[in-house]
Ligand binder design. Structure first.
Ligand code: ADP
Ligand code: ADP
Length: 239
């Protein structure tokens, strides 16, 4: 059974326009898949439907064999620990330190801003440091996030997504705010840490060349429909 199965999924935010139409695909555990397509194609919406940040209108999404549309509140919280998310604008808390931001990811939405480090066990802090070191920003652990460069901040975003040991990470335009060098660093880290920890990645990108360089498989989305789904080399040949 695949880790993720999307079956006949349709989504509209209002009654007039369908943002996603009859989306069908499966993702196996361990795959690194890029979703490409122009702005407005529906890439963000697709990721948000998978972790139920938005409701879907048609079809269903099965994650690890359960229909995410049928989950109750408690199960939905569990789903959110199993599916990490990385955003274009990092979505960090700027006044908090790097390590606090990473651990904050473990607490969900209820946390107060005070005394974050005190709420964690040594094991949890150790795992946070381990991830930061792996991502090459261990020495910045006690800096405030707003003192870091964009590329460093995105590495904090990656560590925060990975701290809960998710099975799947959804990355919504993770490099769209970064220069080409920082983008390379982020894609290399994402790829190597995902492969080492055996985490499946679905990455929205609008740069085809980046998708070709880093992913095993590409899904092309245009106007809410899948227009390509296959191994990366096939996209090259067909163009
Ligand atoms: P992409 O990530 O490929 O740029 P999006 O999923 O962000 O595409 O957007 C797809 C379409 O859905 C766009 O036409 C966008 O304006 C619309 N859309 C996205 N979010 C919302 C929303 N919250 N409410 C209404 N329309 C939305
Ligand atoms: P991006 O290019 O990063 O996808 P957008 O500018 O498309 O960003 O969207 C930014 C936010 O606005 C998102 O939360 C999206 O859901 C919302 N949004 C986008 N299009 C619409 C729309 N037509 N109506 C309402 N909200 C929208």
């Amino acid at each position: 059974m695949s880790l993720l199965q999307v079956e006949g999924m349709g989504k509209s935010y209002n009654s007039e326009t369908k943002v996603l139409k009859d989306i069908n695909f499966e993702v196996e555990a361990g795959e690194f898949v890029s979703i490409i397509g122009p702005s407005g194609a529906g890439k963000s919406t697709l990721l948000r439907c998978i972790n139920q940040m938005v409701d879907i209108n048609e079809g269903r999404v099965l994650f690890d064999d359960s229909d995410v549309g049928l989950l109750r509140k408690k199960e939905l919280r569990k789903l959110r620990t199993e599916i990490g998310m990385i955003f274009q604008h990092y979505n960090l808390v700027p006044r908090l330190t790097v390590i606090e931001n990473v651990l904050h990811g473990r607490l969900g939405y209820k946390t107060t801003m005070q005394g974050i480090l005190g709420q964690f066990t040594e094991d949890e802090k150790e795992r946070a440091f381990y991830l930061l070191q792996k991502l090459g920003i261990g020495e910045h652990a006690y800096k405030r996030c707003d003192q870091l460069s964009g590329g460093q901040q995105q590495r904090v975003g990656i560590a925060r997504a990975l701290i809960q040991n998710p099975k799947l990470v959804l990355c919504d335009e993770p490099i769209a705010s970064l220069d080409p060098n920082a983008s390379k660093v982020i894609m290399n880290h994402l790829k190597s840490v995902a492969s080492e920890l055996n985490i499946t990645c679905l990455v929205n990108l609008h740069q085809v060349d980046v998708a070709q360089e880093y992913s095993d498989r590409i899904i092309g989305l245009n106007k809410g429909e899948i227009v390509f789904d296959g191994p990366t080399h096939r996209l090259t040949n067909e163009r």
